[in-house]
Design a protein around this ligand. Structure first.
Ligand SMILES: [Zn+2]
Length: 327
């Protein structure tokens, strides 16, 4: 390398260094302006303040940007001093309050479901045989359930459609696939959907020995613990094939055996309209709708199915919510 090239090389390097330092400073400034509110909010509410990124909030939690001020002063949570806040921020605080109430309900629902799985609650919705098939007392509520996953790519796509349509579902997963696709299993949980069990690798368990069954549950629950480590409430036997001993074994493992009340046989359909129609023609209060993961026809049917259910006044809920009984 001759002298000239070497010098311009060094200068270019220096320029990049300066650019890099500017970038760092810019990031730092942005961090002070925009990270402060998220810290503030998480500290107080445990709620994400993503929407706050358009505001600048000082370290004393006073809104220092946004010109549309609310005419009154409001007391910020945990503060004695009432702050004058931007109207949009005020509405945002209200939204957080609503989200908090929703969360409290969701927590109650989950606690109830776990207590029911442990046998500490006896939901009226369970059949005499302890099996959950539907809950007719749940007016205008239905549960969507997806069996046989999780799958690479598919699970994520299903979750996205559910998110876009603001509903939650329950995924009955295979222990072996939870191990094979841990990221997808984690996604089910982190997106607020429910993960449930559908055996280790889809063996027809009522045709297997007790030892095989026990091992199947143990392996599946170990996979759940290793990958997502959240309590599981429901178990659906492969092919819906069960006997008394299998239901009892599920119960020993703190799992409620469940079936379904609407089966559009999506696994053998080629036309998503047929899947939708065979559900919409029969759907009733408290139905559990059986669908499958990793199926294009099912995936294609989802947005329209959810729209039609909503049009008929149905709320699409998780299995936990469908089981829940208000005290
Ligand atoms: Zn299955």
């Amino acid at each position: 390398m001759n002298n000239f090239t070497e010098r311009s090389f060094t200068m270019a390097k220096r320029k990049w260094k300066i650019k890099f330092i500017y970038c760092l400073i810019a990031l730092l400034v942005a961090g002070v302006c925009f990270a402060a509110p998220s810290v503030l909010a998480e500290d107080k509410d445990g709620t994400s303040f993503e929407k706050m990124s358009t505001y600048a909030v000082g370290p004393d939690s006073q809104v220092i940007a946004e010109p549309v001020w609310l005419e009154e002063y409001i007391a910020m949570e945990g503060e004695d001093f009432p702050y004058k806040v931007a109207k949009e921020y005020y509405l945002f605080l209200q939204a957080i309050q609503e989200a908090k109430e929703k969360r409290t309900h969701a927590e109650k629902v989950d606690e109830y479901a776990m207590a029911a799985a442990r046998g500490a609650e006896a939901p009226a919705a369970l059949g005499k045989d302890g099996i959950f098939r539907q809950n007719r007392s749940k007016k205008k509520k239905v549960a969507l359930t997806f069996d046989d996953g999780p799958y690479k790519n598919w699970t994520e796509k299903y979750i996205k459609v559910l998110e876009e349509n603001d509903v939650k579902a329950t995924f009955f997963c295979l222990g072996s696939l939870i191990k094979a696709h841990p990221e997808e299993a984690k996604m089910i949980v982190s997106s607020g959907n429910k993960l449930a069990l559908h055996s280790y690798q889809h063996n027809q368990l009522n045709a297997k020995t007790q030892a095989f069954r026990e091992n199947d549950f143990a392996k599946s629950l170990q996979a759940v613990e290793e990958v997502v480590n959240v309590p599981i409430v429901f178990f659906r036997p492969p092919y819906g094939a069960y006997d008394k001993d299998l239901v009892a074994l599920a119960k020993e493992n703190h799992l409620i055996t469940c079936m379904w009340s609407v089966d559009p046989q999506d696994w053998k359909q080629k036309d998503s309209a047929k899947v939708i129609n065979s559900i919409m023609n029969v759907v009733k209060d408290g139905d559990i709708i059986l669908l499958h993961e990793g199926k294009k026809v099912t995936y294609d049917a989802l947005p329209e199915l959810i729209r039609q259910l909503k049009d008929k006044g149905f709320e699409v809920v998780t299995m936990n919510e469908l089981l829940y009984e208000e005290e």
